[in-house]
Design a protein. Structure first.
Length: 370
């Protein structure tokens, strides 16, 4: 029955791309690039010069600086994806399978995306630890040393995948960009096309799910626990009329919970997508462990309930929603931090005054020239 179901789905489904949907994705990514770069830059400069009386200020300051720096890179990297979205038939002039641009972009984007998730986990767990142990001291070196070690680990895993003959980096049209594909050198006896090794593809999906998708679970758990303890702390404050440093700790914890909530909403689809892939891959008959790229697309995407989902679920889950997450993250801080809003008003005021002064100078020079 499994083989019959597999054959029927294989023959009746192919991915379909809609130009209007591709254009919409390109516009969304353009907005995320513009808003994300400007907002993360402003947040970076704000935390660079900020001072606080909260516990462990150096640790959280360094962690925020690293987070916003990585998020700026994540917002800039979709530029080739935007070019692909606006091109006809998703034929990108930048993403060419086997080129150094394709390989480098995929490695850098995936590494930064996974590092951004790791930083969010560090922020959530460290804030929960301070809620449980208010007088705990966090080593400031860990705020940049742990992300550095995690980045090196991620790059090592990608090097093993590429140079260990487990696969390669190729242009994937449903993803609008380059991505790791389990081409291990095996060719089709019929067409001569490269064959995808489904075992290696499953291994790759497991690693990606652990690095990105599975972090949804501990981050969600730490956020829920933080909410519980924040609620209890708030009741104690009301009962004892405490309006001191404890209130500031609680406010900071609420801010982190809100940031992690945005992360959970934007990254849960990727977690669901990879779990969906696990179920499909495990149910593939043993004799069908290799298939061409076109066979893979038609077969796997057939398991989705609609034409739109089977053509756009991958790019939305792994390329669009994570970029939206890092683009709107500074907005949460702007809503929660009065000092940050004051900083933004000063920046906008200076920019407006500077622009006004330049206009006056230009008019005066023109009048003097007349």
């Amino acid at each position: 029955f499994t083989t019959l179901l597999y054959t029927i789905k294989f023959e009746n489904m192919t991915p379909v791309f809609f130009p209007s949907a591709d254009t919409a994705i390109g516009i969304i990514l353009c907005l995320c690039l513009l808003v994300g770069v400007l907002s993360n830059l402003s947040a970076l400069f704000f935390f660079l010069g900020s001072k606080t009386k909260l516990p462990n200020p150096t640790f959280f300051k360094n962690l925020y600086l690293v987070t916003f720096a990585v998020d700026i890179v994540v917002c800039l990297l979709p530029i080739p994806v935007i070019e692909t979205a606006f091109s006809e038939g998703r034929m990108s002039s930048l993403f060419i399978t086997g080129s150094w641009i394709c390989t480098s972009w995929s490695v850098v984007f995936d590494t930064c995306q996974e590092l951004s998730v790791f930083l969010m986990a560090m922020l959530s767990v460290s804030r929960l630890k301070l809620i449980l142990l208010p007088h705990c001291t966090l080593n400031p070196l860990l705020s940049w040393l742990l992300p550095l070690l995690y980045c090196l680990l991620t790059l090592s895993l990608k090097a093993v995948f590429i140079f260990g003959n487990l696969g390669t980096i190729a242009m994937v049209p449903p993803l609008m960009s380059c991505a790791p594909v389990a081409f291990d050198g095996t060719l089709s006896e019929v067409t001569g096309e490269p064959m995808i090794n489904l075992r290696n593809e499953l291994l790759l999906a497991v690693v990606v799910t652990i690095q990105i998708g599975m972090t949804v679970l501990p981050i969600t758990l730490s956020s829920l626990l933080s909410l519980v303890f924040i609620q209890r702390s708030g009741k104690k404050n009301i009962a004892t009329n405490v309006t001191t440093l404890r209130d500031k700790r609680t406010a900071a914890s609420v801010t982190v919970v809100m940031v992690t909530a945005v992360y959970i909403v934007c990254n849960t689809p990727l977690f669901i997508y990879h779990i969906h892939f696990w179920v499909w891959n495990i149910n593939i008959p043993r004799e069908e462990r290799y298939m061409t790229n076109s066979e893979f697309e038609r077969t796997y995407l057939a398991y989705f309930s609609s034409v739109f989902l089977n053509s756009y679920s991958y790019v939305l889950a792994s390329r669009v929603f994570p970029v939206i997450d890092v683009a709107v993250k500074p907005g949460v801080f702007a809503c929660r931090l009065k000092s940050y809003r004051t900083f933004l008003r000063r920046v906008f005021k200076r920019a407006a005054v500077s622009g006004y002064d330049k206009t006056i100078i230009k008019r005066q020079s023109c009048m003097s020239g007349v």
